[in-house]
Design a binder for this molecule. Sequence first.
Ligand code: ATP
Ligand code: MG
Ligand code: MG
Length: 380
Amino acid sequence: NAVIGIVGGGQLGRMSAVAASRLGYKTHILTQDAHGPAAQVCSAITLGAYDDPAALDAFAKAVDVVTFEFENISADALDRLSRHCPVRPSGNILRISQDRLAEKTFLAEAGVPLAPWHAVTDHASLHAAADRLGFPLILKTTRNGYDGKGQRRVQNVAELDEAFAALAPHPLVAEGMVDFACELSVMVARGTDGTIQCFDTVLNHHWHGILDLTLAPAPVPESVAEEAGRLAALIAERFDLVGIMGVEMFLVRDGSLMVNEVAPRPHNSGHWSMDACAQDQFDMHIRAVAGLPLPHATRHSDAVMKNLVGPEDMALWPAILANPGHIPHLYGKKEAREGRKMGHVNILFPYGALPGDWGIQAALGPLATKCASPPPADED
Ligand code: ATP
Ligand code: MG
Ligand code: MG
């Protein structure tokens, strides 16, 4: 049976490997952590740095196709792997999506609506950005940001230089602060035959810059949910995607959508699909990567996904186990450090019966601690 290579050893790799094994595939991961979430469930491991040519070559020779579960590897490394076997999604998609500037340029050219933005490399472009965007604005590093790290909110000109100094010397992009009604996302998959499948549009609540809750489906008008799916499909098409991609969006108060960023891999905001769909985002991803026809991304239940982050949420583990309606997924991480994603819980509702905020909080019980009114992302 074929071997699927996965670059990266985190929870997305773990859940991809489980999905692959259900389809009869073996998985071989490239990681630096022999005991991480993916290493615990895969068939084989190449231990090595992601930029070590010898490790890359040994890994690629041992597998039939390669995918990746996180984005902070070099696209050049993926290109090297592609000398030996197909890499899905392609290194070129990663090259674009791991650089916010390249990503925004690409999406804008595709006609995708974005928040206003301006490249920032020095003091002149910093102040030009502020003149153009006004305040408040957000300064973000173009690369390596995740969970709201590598970004600063700037309220006025006095904070501008301070934020710039804090993020320097990295290349930056400034974005106008969007006064959004809510945040939405879509998981979109595309097969080797060009077929596209979109999971339902969902609503995401963040807490201190980290995803806390996902509501599936998003309680938004049908036309908004459809437009989100249309944008995600357009993006997948333009990228010539093979695999799955998460597309994060803002729903602006006037009803329009703006794309925030994309991630060419399974995504935290798609974890609800593991229990609310016959074929979840990992099944979909593995089928695409393996060159199989894609199944329909059909949802059979409404769902709420609650992330388990850090020691605070893990303290609720006994309560989760005591509630038969809480479907737990743990990632096998040893230490529950602050801000670390340890697992998630899915709670299902009959199709079409997702309750409102109070009903969701009631269903979450003690897990509802963070979801009342999430404050803005931490500025560290
Ligand atoms: P992720 O973990 O999703 O990769 P990230 O570090 O790449 O996060 P973003 O997704 O760009 O960061 O931003 C994190 C959060 O900050 C967003 O989900 C949103 O809540 C808020 N945010 C980002 N950009 C803007 C903006 N232009 N206007 C308003 N809010 C924003
Ligand atoms: Mg991001
Ligand atoms: Mg994001």
